[in-house]
Design a protein around this ligand. Sequence first.
Ligand code: ADE
Length: 270
Amino acid sequence: MGAMPQEVDLIKMEMNIQAEETIGERTFFSGSLNGFDTVLVFSRWGKVAASSTATTLLDKYKIDFLLFTGVAGAVDPILNIGDVVIGKKLYQHDMDARPIFPRFQIPLTDKLTFSPNEIHVSQAEVAANKYLNNLQSDISIEILSKFSIVHPKVIRGIIATGDQFVTDTQAHEGMHLSDSEKAQAVEMEGAAVAQICEEYNKPYLIIRIISDKADHSATIDLNAFIENISNHYSRGIALEFLSTLQNNITEKANEKIESWKIEDPSVLMT
Ligand code: ADE
């Protein structure tokens, strides 16, 4: 799942599409990707659009896993354009029902934050690093340098989600979860998707590529970044991640077969 058509276009080209269905103004493409049954969709921007799309994926398509990829603005100064943030903790920075509930808490739940399974976060980190190690085979140096991408890195980070495109660094201070847990990247869908997946008890991952520094220049190159850079990252990281999952499935199957093997077949011949 992505928020914009350009963010999922290259993944779509990689898929073997068998069906296409429009529900609630969103088109869901079903087929296979790297041997996995897959449904691909873009939600449009914002928490409502993203949660409604996630609900259809879970409810109608009965997906077992939701992978969201897209762009984000950097809040943490260690992040540069072209870096990748794998969400290890996500929250809705615009959720504020005080004084009835604490700031950021989802009303009538005890939740402030959402955290995907750590094993999946690690697998995504490995996948993203693998992709970045071969970045120049996917995107030319000229294009990378146009966006000043030199040594991009991957971090597991805290993602703040809200229905605002942030273009003012003064807003960063007011959105931190706490003094010790500061937002590192800001976007408009991740924690909404995370909330729905956790309510449906399904695993998920939110992977974000830093497109801007959530400051006055945030909008300048956004479309060009998505069309030239992050669409490639999304495809590359998603494919690496699926390969990691595939290897894990194969390893587990082999371990099982190994455990069934009888060390001494003569024990059967009594
Ligand atoms: N997605 C990408 N950049 C963003 C920003 N600056 N604010 C919110 N969402 C974003």
